[in-house]
Design a protein around this ligand. Sequence first.
Ligand code: F6P
Length: 341
Amino acid sequence: MRIGVLTGGGDCPGLNAVIRAIVRKGVPEYKYEFVGFRDGWRGPLESLTMTLDIPAVRGILPRGGTILGSSRTNPFKIEGGVDQIRRTLMNLGVDALIAIGGEDTLGVASKLADLGVHVVGVPKTIDNDLSGTDYTFGFDTAVGIATEAIDRLHTTAESHHRALIVEVMGRHAGWIALHSGMAGGANVILIPEVPFDIAKVCDWVESRYRNHYAPIIVVAEGATPLDGTMAQVAGEKDAFGHVRLGGIGESIAREIESRTGKEARTTVLGHVQRGGTPSSRDRWMATRFGLHAIDAVHDGDWGTMVALRGSDIIRVPLAEATEKLKTVDPTLYAEAEVFFG
Ligand code: F6P
């Protein structure tokens, strides 16, 4: 049997660990051959392939990024895209696909599975916002990077009596902001799930100064102000219709300066959060996802995604995992509010 493997969406620490585990189990145990599809769904659309055998996956476990490359190509937005994918799979003698990705890549996988393509999914995203799994790999690494940044920013905030705003990733879900903000002792955490009141944020900033400390505000890039309280930030859209975000941290800094008279500066962590070597937890999770994904292929369990539930790896329908995003429950956010101000 020949299996195609692809990685789609934003890169994420741990992608290579999944690829390695798939090949390291699939070749000796099930005698499968693999085809690496390059650059997400663009690979099967344009027949972009690479060799994916045991020598190809040697030494990649601790490497960030993805040896297969990635893209945000959406075959359902391309005329004849799905037929083209079917043709490629047939021409290359590929019987099944393993798609490693987030909501967009796995959303495509789910629709293809409905159309009869043999697909198994693996959940990846630093945002941790995929339903059906307790955690996605990449998240732990991203939280570690953001926490270290917050730790380092505390010293500058205190030395210069500045309000420091740290903008982290999280388009629709505030998981990175919540976890890193709590771990790093932020004084305010703003997440997309709970629109914020800038006047309240400024109150917290001022109360922090009254206690002779300088405030650290962690804001998810997708956080939004309450309607009519502050200007909104807009950007271009990608092939999945997502606006390119970035800029809310700077807007908050300007508001804090004008409303409180205190100096405010912003650090945007951006792609640093997705780059570099995965944490040991992410390597462990990604490796187990890879091992279980190839088992799902062996069982012909098409249209499923491997998922972490407690410490077990289970399989859930791709349709269920991609139906709606896993966002932060407001009660969980309320726990962090104890430390605001
Ligand atoms: O992969 C998800 C994510 O990390 C989001 O948090 C972020 O908005 C987006 O990727 C940025 O992606 P890109 O690098 O394609 O602009």
